[in-house]
Design a protein. Structure first.
Length: 338
């Protein structure tokens, strides 16, 4: 493998994951929904193309090509090379052709056994096919070669998370997020394992640490709202989190959150508040009388939920969705004489 200096120019950057997995209660550790290992593996950074490869220029013109079309285009490459085979392997993985991907990987390892990019590809391929321990060993070898690079730490964090090693996963994700905030995937990963370990406040803090300048700021704040409220017992002292979540929804609306996501978030906040009110719980802020423009009592919250569901019904694209949302609005509407 090349030295650490070269690795800094060779490893690409990772984008943010769309959203954190469904949060769990802070009062007890709970398993999260299983991650899609193949999807997560393909979201890892992609090594930059070696400019000295005979197909470098040819491959540069295929960056936006769909995987299915790419496989056909690769047949017209001017020469055989490691980069060509690496691109074929990735296309096979993206198409879900795991057997063919295994053959492509074996061919790569036979032709280029000492190329660090092939070791990285083995890690990604192994993770996508469920060979989690082989993936961890592969990424660990890359980490040994490039100890200062964030990408191997991010990959090792993902492996540890999938293997259920939450402490190790949190440490890797935290190292990446602290040293390079450009890797927003690390923030979402850290929040996931914090939630899985029962550290809800820590997960919210991590998600809210994504800076406003990031293109993933909105996704992180939406996840933070959900992390505050999902799987909470109405008997808990929810009012501070309800108030914070409502304030965040209002801030996101001013920030430009689209109407559909705004109303969906509103229904989550108002629904949690309604459960809290119906449980007979009382919060620590007796002066608060409203939430997202709705009176903080059963009648007011029901009207607020009805309003949000009717807005969602107007915005729905499919007729069956519109009917279902109108029915929900009617179920929440409080009984009146008119």
């Amino acid at each position: 493998a090349p030295g650490p200096g070269r690795a800094g120019a060779r490893l690409g950057r990772a984008g943010g994951h769309p959203a954190a997995s469904a949060p769990v209660p802070a009062v007890r550790p709970t398993e999260l929904a299983a991650l899609d290992a193949r999807e997560m593996a393909l979201a890892l950074p992609v090594p930059l193309v070696d400019s000295g490869d005979p197909n470098a220029g040819f491959l540069a013109g295929l960056l936006a090509t769909a995987p299915g079309d790419l496989l056909g285009a690769l047949r017209s490459a001017p020469a055989d090379s490691a980069e060509l085979r690496l691109r074929e392997l990735r296309a096979r993985l993206e198409l879900g052709e795991l057997a063919a991907a295994g053959g492509a990987l074996a061919d790569l390892e036979g032709r280029h056994p000492d190329d660090w990019r092939v070791v990285w590809a083995r890690g990604v391929s192994s993770l996508a096919t469920g060979d989690d321990e082989i993936a961890a060993l592969s990424f660990d070898a890359i980490y040994d070669a490039f100890p200062g690079e964030p990408a191997p730490k991010l990959a090792l964090g993902l492996c540890a998370e999938i293997l259920g090693q939450l402490d190790n996963a949190a440490e890797y994700y935290r190292l990446v997020w602290i040293t390079d905030p450009g890797f927003v995937s690390a923030a979402f990963g850290l929040a996931r394992v914090q939630l899985a370990a029962g550290d809800r406040p820590g997960a919210v803090h991590t998600l809210e640490s994504v800076p406003e300048a990031s293109i993933h700021y909105t996704a992180a704040r939406v996840a933070a709202v959900r992390a505050r409220l999902r799987d909470r017992s109405p008997e808990e002292a929810l009012l501070p989190d309800l108030a914070a979540a409502a304030a965040q929804v209002e801030a996101l609306e001013r920030f430009g959150l689209d109407a559909v996501r705004h109303e969906r978030l509103s229904t989550e906040v108002l629904g949690s508040a309604l459960d809290w009110v119906l449980s007979g719980s009382r919060g620590s802020d007796p002066g608060r009388t409203s939430l997202l423009g709705s009176q903080l009592d059963e009648r007011g919250l029901r009207f607020g939920l009805e309003r949000s569901y009717r807005v969602l019904a107007r915005l729905a694209q499919r007729g069956e969705d519109r009917i279902e949302l109108v029915e929900r609005a009617n179920r929440f509407r409080p009984r009146t004489w008119v």
